[in-house]
Design a protein. Structure first.
Length: 272
């Protein structure tokens, strides 16, 4: 997915008007409890006791493992390995998740501070808009082992008109000494009932925001987290806020943020 993003130019995002849904965050304790109660009641209507137990207690206890691409080491979480020349492919047998890591020799000299965060966000957003998707998170990172770069969480519609979306955790990690760009991409898929997180949160959010017009509600339901005027592709929606991850531990977005992201951030390091 690598296209040129090294640039020093960026545009200034215009200020967007207030949003009655996204402006609810951070949620008050009262609103948080109203939403949690609604989701619990809907689970009880839709699923039997055993299914509810499996969903609400869902955990992925990955063993600690060691993956390596060139000089970059990381926790491979015990996923099944398919080693290829210059890259590493891993598959999660529990979820079908897909982990791809590669090292790219860059022709031009990599320089510290060469690409600003706004420039990178614009580049990344364009990539996912081209796939009909959008960005949920895009930030710089620097971990305790001295590894730094850009991290993002994005989404793309499932192929062949299938329902739902796939979520992708993507890392761009430059090694300035060797002039190599490392890329890690982890794709996680929705399991079971598609769109459950999205659909169950609409009603309580609509009630809390005191909105009665569904068309007006949907105008505010989607918003690019960085460019609030962007309406292209599939921008982030309110249900994808991290505040809801604990209600849906089985959801791919929750798995990325609560499990995979932490494991990688703690383990990324350069080979001595």
């Amino acid at each position: 997915m690598l296209k040129k993003f090294f640039s020093k130019k960026s545009k200034t995002n215009p200020v967007a008007p207030p949003n009655p849904l996204f402006d609810l965050f951070p949620l008050s304790e009262t609103n948080h409890q109203r939403i949690a109660t609604f989701v619990k009641e809907m689970f009880e209507r839709m699923f039997d006791e055993e299914n509810i137990r499996q969903m609400t207690n869902f955990t992925l206890e990955y063993p600690v493992g060691t993956g390596k691409v060139a000089k970059l080491l990381f926790d491979d979480m015990g996923w099944q390995q398919e080693q290829k020349e210059g890259e590493l492919v891993l598959v999660c047998q529990q979820t079908g998740g897909y982990f791809h890591a590669t090292a790219i020799q860059v022709q031009n000299k990599l320089k510290h501070g060469q690409t600003t965060l706004p420039v990178y966000r614009q580049w990344l957003t364009k990539q996912y808009i081209d796939f009909g998707g959008g960005v949920v998170l895009c930030e710089r990172f620097s971990n305790v082992n001295g590894v730094e770069g850009f991290e993002s969480i994005s989404k793309i519609p499932k192929p062949d008109s299938a329902q739902g979306v796939d979520y992708i955790y993507f890392l761009n990690i430059p090694n300035f000494k060797d002039n190599i760009l490392y890329q890690i991409s982890i794709k996680m898929f929705e399991q079971g009932t598609k769109g459950l997180r999205d659909n169950l949160l609409m009603r309580p959010l609509m009630d809390i925001a005191e909105m009665t017009n569904s068309e007006e509600f949907m105008k505010h339901y989607f918003r690019d987290p960085y460019d609030h005027t962007n309406r292209q592709g599939l921008p982030m929606n309110v249900s994808e806020k991290e505040a809801f991850d604990h209600l849906y531990p089985f959801h791919p977005l929750s798995i990325i943020r609560q499990v995979i992201r932490k494991r990688l951030m703690d383990s990324l390091k350069w080979e001595s």
